[in-house]
Design a protein around this ligand. Structure first.
Ligand code: G16
Length: 545
């Protein structure tokens, strides 16, 4: 019989999962029983997993190796029949989602704080995914949070640490632990979706690419798929070895943290195509030679061209985007007669629509795109779909983007982040703005901006009927322009105020303006409406994407 111990503990009051699981600084996770309490609280909120399989993997950041041993022993203590874990405890978030689905596991634990920095003073995180491979819905995360506030014991098998360095099977108490190759199943899935022969021919013709894995989890995946399977020259993948602190960097693939890649693609001798992914491999950055593609545009272009890839050859059922994401994808859906859905921020809201077959492609402005192949956003998937489209259309990224705008119009789009703002100041700013909303409709600003609607976004899930309110303040104008205010749910210090700005220019309109210039009037108006500068004391955003 397994040596299962029930160990006494005292609750923490701050284990509320945010947009994507529980994320805190490493020293917070290192407090006695902090991991144990949270993992046990998740299991206490689930039913029917006895004897079933749990997938566990992480992005390899600092504390991954410690937390994973605790999670495995608690899973054994709670009666799971088997744990599948990536070698060295590694699995990208989309690969974990695929493994859960492929092996019909009960669920999975993803150990990651995604794009947040890592290291002893960096961030760590734990997220639970359900049997469809996607992040747990609010019903489960709310129940887990309620449990964390009262938990008084957890169950664990007392056993030596599991050796995670080699593929194979071992036991912890009565539970089987299978260590698997983190890349193989995912790479095989990609091969079923994309025209690898055409992409191989593209590389063989001299097409040059640079993929920046940012010292994070996609390194092994990108080396295997791009260089070994698709024949991209060695050196195509840079920063390809995962490190515990991401080489001291910030593994967020945007124009601030992947600036070197951007500069390279804008240089005369730069490659044809540049891409990057984040800490846990679910985000993507796409840059063509002399052309950065905004994530919102990328979603629209991928949806419009998906049928060029074998996995989507019969067409897509519909598209979903998070509310702050630009309406570029809506234009595609409108023209093609596809279902279009607007959901709150966070991938968990796409799960029901994907499971119900209502949508095939989903995306968020925060560099996340994905499809029904898994239930997470998927950085390398987006890169491979772009490569498939480039191979099929035999055009440059710039030509494809311009052509798209000429067909559907251009949605100028930017996001301004004010990070580590005092939480009380940020909440008051949002409350005061919310109070103003009813009076804004019909008002005109700067001669040509008339407010068509102003509300706090509420989502009604059309599949399970659940409602999620207070998901971000939207102020929409009669010309299609829009200002959105939201507080981040993934930050670990103070509050992050996100300001999302959008302006639509029709197919025959001007598409060559500088984005920040095109959106300047909206930036000014947002500040006047919310008093951002005055209240936060910040003269400019910390990050512009
Ligand atoms: C941010 C983004 C969201 C994204 C979330 C999780 O949330 O705005 O669009 O879904 O991160 O992404 P990841 O798992 O890559 O961290 P928030 O609440 O900070 O705006």
């Amino acid at each position: 019989m397994a040596n299962i111990k029930s160990i006494k503990t005292t609750p923490y009051q701050d284990q509320k999962p945010g947009t994507s699981g529980l994320r805190k600084r490493v020293p917070v996770f290192q407090q006695p029983n902090y991991v144990e309490n949270f993992v046990q609280s998740i299991f206490d909120s689930l039913e029917g997993f006895e004897g079933q399989t749990l997938v566990i993997g992480g992005d390899g950041r600092y504390y991954n190796d410690v937390a994973i041993q605790k999670a495995i022993k608690i899973a054994a203590g709670n009666g799971f029949g088997k744990v599948m874990v990536g070698r060295d405890g590694l699995l990208s978030t989309p690969a974990a989602s695929h493994i859960i689905r492929h092996y019909k596991a009960f669920g999975g634990l993803v150990l990651s704080a995604s794009h947040n920095p890592g290291g002893p003073d960096g961030d760590f995180g734990i997220k639970y995914n359900i049997g469809n491979g996607g992040p747990a819905p609010e019903k489960i995360t709310d129940a887990a949070f309620a449990r964390t506030k009262v938990i008084d014991s957890y169950k664990m098998v007392e056993a030596p640490d599991v050796a995670l360095g080699h593929i194979g099977t071992q036991r912890v108490g009565d539970m089987v632990v299978e260590v698997i190759d983190p890349v193989a199943d995912y790479a095989a899935l990609m091969e079923t979706l994309f025209d690898f022969t055409a992409i191989r021919a593209l590389f063989a013709s001299g097409f040059r690419m640079r993929f920046d894995a940012m010292h994070a989890i996609t390194g092994p995946y990108a080396h295997r798929i791009l260089e070994e399977m698709l024949g991209a020259p060695e050196g195509t993948v840079i920063n390809g070895t995962p490190s515990q602190d991401f080489g001291g960097g910030h593994p967020d693939p945007n124009l601030v943290y992947a600036k070197d890649l951007y500069d390279l693609l804008m240089s005369p001798d730069g490659p044809d195509f540049g891409a990057a992914s984040d800490g846990d491999g679910d985000r993507n950055l796409i840059i063509g030679k002399n052309r950065f593609v905004t994530p919102s545009d990328s979603l629209a272009i991928l949806a419009a061209n998906a049928a060029l890839a074998p996995g989507y050859a019969t067409g897509i059922a519909g598209i979903a985007r998070s509310m702050p994401t630009s309406a570029a994808a809506d234009k595609v859906a409108e023209k093609r007669g596809l279902e279009m859905h607007e959901t709150p921020t966070g991938w968990k809201f796409f799960g029901n629509l994907l499971d119900a077959g209502r949508v095939t492609i989903c995306g968020e402005e925060s560099a996340g795109t994905g499809s029904n192949h898994v239930r997470e956003k998927d950085g390398l998937w987006a890169v491979l779909l772009w490569l498939n489209i480039l191979a099929a259309r035999k055009q440059s990224v710039d030509e494809i983007v311009r052509d798209h705008w000429q067909t559907y119009g251009r949605n100028y789009y930017t996001r301004h982040d004010y990070e580590e703002v005092d939480a009380a100041v940020a909440n008051t700013l949002m409350d005061d703005l919310r109070a103003k909303l009813p009076g804004l409709v019909g008002q005109s600003f700067d001669d040509d901006l008339t407010v068509a609607y102003a509300d706090d976004f509420t989502y009604h899930d059309p599949v399970d009927g659940s409602t999620s309110s207070k998901q971000g303040i939207r102020i929409g104008f009669t010309d299609g322009s829009r200002i959105v205010f939201r507080l981040s749910g993934t930050g670990t210090v103070g509050a992050t105020l996100r300001l999302y700005l959008e302006r639509y220019e029709a197919a025959d309109g001007r598409h060559d303006l500088d984005t920040q210039t095109a959106l300047e009037p909206l930036v000014g108006l947002a500040d006047r409406l919310a008093g951002i500068r005055e209240r936060t004391g910040r003269q400019s955003p910390s990050v512009i994407t």
